[in-house]
Design a protein around this ligand. Sequence first.
Ligand SMILES: [Zn+2]
Length: 339
Amino acid sequence: MTNRYDRHLSLSEFTQGHQDLLKNTKLLMVGAGGLAAPALPYLAGAGIGHITIVDDDVVDVANLHRQTIFKTSDIGKNKAELAAQYIRDLNPDIKVAAVPQRLNSGDEIDGFDVILDGTDNFESKKLLNEISIRSKTPLIAASVEQFSGSVSVFAGFDQHSPCYQCLFPELPLDCKNCVEGGILGTVAGLAGMYQAHLTLCFLLGIGDVKPGTVLSLNFKTMRTQQLSLPKNPECEICGKAQYGAQREKIEPPAIPLLHPDELKDHVVVDVRTFEEIFEKPIENALHIPLDDIPGRYAELPTDKPIAFICRSNRRSRVAAEYLYARGYKNVCVLDALGA
Ligand SMILES: [Zn+2]
């Protein structure tokens, strides 16, 4: 008789032991929207044995272009409960629970092997990061915006692994959710699929997916880049405050502020959004929005000084510090306020 997982077991990398590992995995999906809608069916289909879905939101007609596990007749119904029913029908062998509530900072999360971030705002992502550290549970985070996204594995509770806020120490000013910035439906679908795929690879030890893995996805240029993010020793959430006694103090880099008159052979990188640039273009500047810097900084030359510019010098400082930490020592902030 054919087994549900026969096509897994035909893979040379995959044994019954791997399938049993998935069966014994307890997965928490927080958010049942644009990322969870594509991720959950594949995770359930793969045989993840215990899946809990948390979301207090209800289906809106404007969700349906990307959250394709929901139907028009589902409008107004709770997403966690609908998603749970969808994957129960898909795979009755697994245990599925729905929690139709919002996750709060005081909530104790325990007993899970992995947490998936399916939320769409920075505050929820910060909260999930804290829960991941407190409960010592790896976090597979994902985010999407317009035509790009990222999927990452964090384990900030580990002394050597980064947390979400090592990558995003503060709210990127460019950050928009799908309501504000819009999104092509397939972008959410692809990012959710990457999240499901990264989760399976991480759990099964396939490929080189480990804490600190960041996949940067650009669905306009169709470019995918995999980075390995180190722990930020200065991270307020998982850095030296936690391991202070064991770590050396590392001073934050002194990034110079350059007046526009002082520009020489600098490569000027504008880290504002497309909308801001459209309103007020800057001549002869490369454009890489701040959110895309982790995925695209390798495009920048290492043998020339680089000057970042934004509206208020804040995002350009974040970009400059990010590059400085990655070996680009000749970086500065081009003073947009002094122009
Ligand atoms: Zn951290």
